[in-house]
Write a new protein. Structure first.
Lengths: 479, 288
């Protein structure tokens, strides 16, 4: 079920009504309702793949108990290995099987052996990369003695499958979200208002920006060989806005929906395109995944504790895995590698060239740094969006060919105006509210009601006129 | 929670009022670029309705389907070509508006392919191309039973009277019926509105020229050279007068120059537009 669908517009009020009708004292009944609603929400796509969530839930619930109960370290390790093995095994099979078969075939052919690869027809279960990482964090945290296991399997099941963030995050840590299922939740007017504001802002970004960019971006990338560098650069820039509006829009809708049920999810985006360097960008983009890799991979590899060379190796390893996490294709590996290089430059080379003592708080310099960071990120997105690695290089080659620039637009200028207008509107609102958790976080103490409602009405008018309500799926569902 | 729900209800009511007020004002006062920016079929037709109420410098008005529009593209001046789904009724309204606003008009060129001139209202694209743009207060006086009976079959279409509903991203209403009219002949609906166009032009003493834009070769066999329409025209004196000379304007061109099943490639038109229009003016006996 998509957040931007009529089905969800019916599903959400129904579950919301039932949830609060149960009463705040009936916490367990509310958890049962969340669990069943979440399974229903997922089964709406494919009920057969629900079995994978059940498997992951059961294994980690069991492993968590056993890790905690085991007295010796070896036994704890075995149970942790089971949890990691099952979750990563599911990921490897469903997401990477064909990638590895292909890569082996290519490697064998490169070495002169004849090797015919057979592709398996495997459907990628929606959200598998998200819920497996979420359950893994539970087992690892128990192993690290940072968390006590739960004995309430309903609460644990609801934590794993919580429908607002089940299919595309934010990837929640058990120590943050699980205790909320054990607490009594009461309806808060302020939280519900904030939740609706965030839900609406997410819907606006998805429907009025991401889905408006999509046809244009799809066309430019599909027929990239017919366009010159200028149009391809425009396509890359538009894709930057599309993927941001799509994914941060989803996250806003997820967090907003959770607030309606009295839950607090972690912030996943913090105006990343206003970052002034790559390091800052990664502190603001897909925060929950970046933090997961930092805590469970980078630190496990030694982090920055084992010298500069090892730190650089660890950074490269994390970005390569991050690239592969997004998809089993070489283009994602290159995307990760490019970001690793940029990150290393930002961490080591940039401060060496421009020491802090030379830094001046000049606004124009910050703006320039921000623009350069955005352009670099947009160029890296070409690997992400292009059909394959060869197409990405062809596009980048054309973009680099400045003298050959021309702007042939696949759509008429008047139809592009609303798109540019809505992007500008989003940037202005997010810049103004950049220190807040979402763009539409406005309180009655700040503006009188008529101003707040005028803002909502204006956004609604833009949605009505230019929103694409064709129930397009979210980009990150494919990961 | 009651307070919260009350606020939401209040907000929804105010949003309903504000959206409808905004859309009503937009429909009346918004400049053409606003409708162009919507990139919707109904908005493109609505632009033609707006233009039909404006002053025209020329003494000739061109209306017609999308193939006619390839020869005489919409120019917000005197070329108000639309598409086949606007129906004879929509073209009647465009002509009526233009004649009302421009008493100096002397000639109306109505150009339609033989397979689109007889379109019935019970069609798939009727909603977006006819109902949505034309069901507005400015066109109410033109609605008659032939249209309201179709709307009565799909009463939800009356919601388009709410200005905001017209802009809403809601699936269009399907006007198709089981006993769909064959496009090899003129529908009763089109005959009714073609006669009204004829009577309107007669009453205003305006010359009405019915002509066909270029037709694809394969259509000749498919439609048996318009045998059914020719028979209908021959059996009705008013239609005979109206279609006088129409069939002589039908010229067939090779299918290889088609962009799709009926529209022509731009390169073909660029090379032949002048020749085709000269032939057309010669056929109807009008100097360019």
């Amino acid at each position: 079920m998509l957040f931007n669908s009529v089905d969800f517009a019916v599903f959400l009020p129904l579950v919301f009504g039932l949830y609060w009708l149960l009463g705040t004292s009936r916490r367990k009944a509310q958890n049962v309702l969340i669990l069943l609603s979440s399974y229903f929400f997922y089964a709406w796509w494919n009920w057969q793949l629900l079995g994978l969530i059940l498997l992951s839930t059961a294994i980690d619930f069991w492993a968590g108990q056993e890790i905690h109960a085991s007295s010796d370290r070896q036994s704890k390790k075995r149970w942790l290995a089971l949890s990691i093995g099952v979750n990563i095994g599911l990921l490897l099979f469903f997401k990477y099987c064909n990638f590895f078969i292909d890569s082996f075939a290519t490697a064998f052919q490169f070495l002169g052996y004849s090797f015919t690869s057979a592709q398996l027809e495997i459907a990628l279960p929606v959200g598998i990369s998200f819920y497996t990482f979420q359950t893994l964090s539970y087992s690892i945290d128990i192993y690290r003695k940072q968390l006590e296991p739960t004995t309430d399997w309903i609460a644990f099941g609801a934590f794993v499958s919580f429908f607002p963030q089940l299919v595309a995050g934010p990837i929640e840590r058990a120590k943050d979200l699980l205790p909320q299922f054990h607490q009594q939740r009461s309806f808060s007017y302020l939280q519900a208002r904030d939740g609706l504001q965030q839900l609406f802002w997410g819907l606006f970004k998805k429907v009025a920006i991401a889905d408006q960019c999509a046809p244009l971006v799809d066309h430019i990338f599909q027929f990239h060989d017919q366009y010159s560098g200028g149009t391809l650069l425009l396509g890359a820039l538009l894709f930057s806005f599309q993927i941001y509006a799509d994914f941060s829009g989803y996250s806003d809708m997820a967090i907003g929906t959770a607030k309606l049920f009295g839950f607090r999810l972690s912030q996943n985006f913090s105006t990343p395109y206003f970052a002034t360097n790559i390091r800052q960008f990664w502190q603001k983009w897909h925060i929950s995944l970046t933090a997961w890799f930092r805590d469970y991979l980078y630190i496990s590899l030694g982090g920055n504790r084992k010298g500069r060379l090892r730190t650089v190796q660890n950074i490269i390893a994390v970005f390569l895995v991050s690239g592969l996490w997004h998809g089993a294709e070489w283009k994602f590996v290159y995307w990760g590698l490019m970001h690793a290089m940029l990150f290393i430059i930002a961490v080591y080379l940039w401060p060496a060239l421009f020491p802090a003592s030379l830094a001046r708080p000049i606004r124009i310099v910050s703006v320039l740094k921000g623009v350069v960071t955005f352009l670099v990120v947009s160029i890296a997105w070409v690997f992400f969006r292009a059909e394959n690695l060869e197409a990405a290089f062809r596009i980048l080659d054309s973009i680099g060919n400045f003298p050959g620039y021309a702007f042939e637009l696949p759509k008429s200028i008047p139809t592009l105006i609303p798109l540019l207008f809505t992007i500008a509107l989003m940037l202005v609102i997010e810049w103004r509210h950049r220190t807040r958790t979402h763009g539409l976080q406005i309180s009655p103490t700040e503006y009188p009601r008529w101003v707040r409602w005028s803002i909502y009405h204006s956004l609604l008018i833009v949605l009505l006129l230019y929103g694409k309500f064709n129930e397009t799926t979210f980009i990150y569902f494919q990961f | 929670m009651k307070k919260w729900l009350r606020r939401i209800l209040l907000y929804l009511v105010s949003a309903f009022l504000v959206l409808n007020l905004f859309c009503a004002l937009a429909l009346t006062y918004a400049p053409p670029i606003f409708f162009q920016s919507l990139d919707e079929a109904w908005a493109r037709v609505y632009l033609r309705i707006q233009s039909s109420n404006e002053h025209i410098d020329s003494d000739t008005l061109y209306v017609g389907d999308s193939v006619a529009g390839q020869l005489f593209p919409f120019n917000s001046s005197n070329q108000l070509t639309t598409n086949g789904s606007v129906l004879a009724a929509g073209n009647y309204m465009l002509i009526a508006n233009a004649l009302e606003a421009n008493p100096h008009l002397t000639t109306v060129f109505y150009m339609c392919l033989p397979q689109t001139i007889g379109h019935d209202i019970n069609r798939k694209r009727t909603c977006n191309n006819f109902v949505k743009p034309f069901l507005t207060p400015g066109q109410f006086s033109y609605l008659d039973k032939s249209i309201t009976s179709a709307l009565d079959r799909q009463p939800i279409a009356y919601l388009y009277l709410l200005p905001a509903y017209r802009f809403a991203p809601i699936d269009e209403v399907d006007f198709t019926i089981d006993s769909q009219q064959d496009d090899k002949e003129l529908s009763d609906f089109s005959i009714h509105w073609l006669k009204k166009i004829y009577q309107l032009c007669q009453s205003k003493k305006v010359k009405l020229i019915l002509a066909s834009p270029p037709v694809a070769e394969h259509q000749r066999d498919k439609y048996q050279d318009w045998k059914a329409i020719r028979a209908q025209v021959a059996s009705d004196p008013m239609l005979e007068q109206l279609f006088n000379g129409y069939f002589s304007t039908i010229h067939y061109y090779p299918d290889q120059y088609l962009r799709d099943k009926i529209h022509w490639q731009e390169a073909f038109l660029e090379q032949n537009r002048e020749r085709i229009t000269e032939q057309l003016y010669k056929d109807v006996g009008t100097a360019n």
